[in-house]
Design a protein around this ligand. Sequence first.
Ligand SMILES: Cc1ncc(COP(=O)(O)O)c(C=O)c1O
Length: 375
Amino acid sequence: MSKLPHVGTTIFTVMSKLAMEHNAINLSQGFPNFPVDEKLISSLESVARESVHQYAPMPGSPDLLNGISSLIETAYGRKNDPTSELLVTAGATQGIFATIQALVHLGEEVIILDPSYDCYEPPIILTGAKPVRIPLSDNFTPDWQRIEDAMNDKTRLLIINNPHNPSGKVLDASDLEQLATLLEKYPKVILLSDEVYEFITFEKKHISVNTIESLRERSVIISSFGKTFHITGWKIGYLIAPAALMNEIKKVHQFLVFCVNSVAQAALAKYIQQTNPLELGAFYQQKRDDFRQLISTSRFDLLPSEGSYFQLASYARISDEADTDFCIRMVKEYGVAAIPLSVFNADGHDRKLIRFCFAKTTDTLTQAAERLCKI
Ligand SMILES: Cc1ncc(COP(=O)(O)O)c(C=O)c1O
């Protein structure tokens, strides 16, 4: 009997495969198609000749942990202890898995806000806990009353994702205040704050849980170098958590991977000192603006994108097909792949919305837009 009977091949794999088969432009899966920074390549080349090829220390190489600590201080004006509050992980996915395995017990409940990224639910089910999926409101802000109504003495973890995939929503200060007030009533509940797109925000600034005293004491924050440095294939990220929680997470981490790829850690430890992720927002804002401009004459209606590298679009003026059918037809007939939003919802709720990834070269975005404008 399967432990995960409802898990199949994810839509990201399905759409990327379809895109390949139909020679389509792939704006579905979230990965950049432009080159990585030359400085990172040089750093990788130079560390390859050093003695970096054996196991790294279990929580991460000290140089990289110190680099992460400085990055957090620059970004948020907050000092984290690199030895007790940080952990280098094999991407955000492994950090999330280890966190859930370490902190959630059999029979407890974990609240997930839909539409939600797909790597939260399976580790909850594997621990024998119950995922409780609560819809975000129509404009993708959390409905705090509805979340509170779902909380009870079994609730152990609340997962938020800010900036949000797939909607690109960035939480306001007032949302985080309401969250802090809500959690005060539930001392047992831990917050898992998925902030992998922390440096990709535009007009509105990202507020990290790390800057809110009452929240960070009870939070595990997740980030991903895949997103920050355009290296999704390296699968490397990090967790920030108070020492007591981190101790528990490390117990799982050491038996899940023991340590993360030593070469990647060494290269990033060098590179992190030579780059400024705070410039990433402006870089992606340009791409967002270009993409929106390029498809402004199409029949798609664009929703706001405040952060992340995703743009939601409504195709309601084009068709009333189910979103998955529409995406499949779009690949086959028009040669552009996107992700249907319904797959991010537990109940498959279909709002005739699809997600485009604009982390692509200007050429790719221009060609995709030409095709999208013909639909
Ligand atoms: C919201 C969110 N969380 C986590 C991840 C996983 O990140 P990683 O590739 O570092 O495991 C992604 C990747 O797309 C994501 O969008």
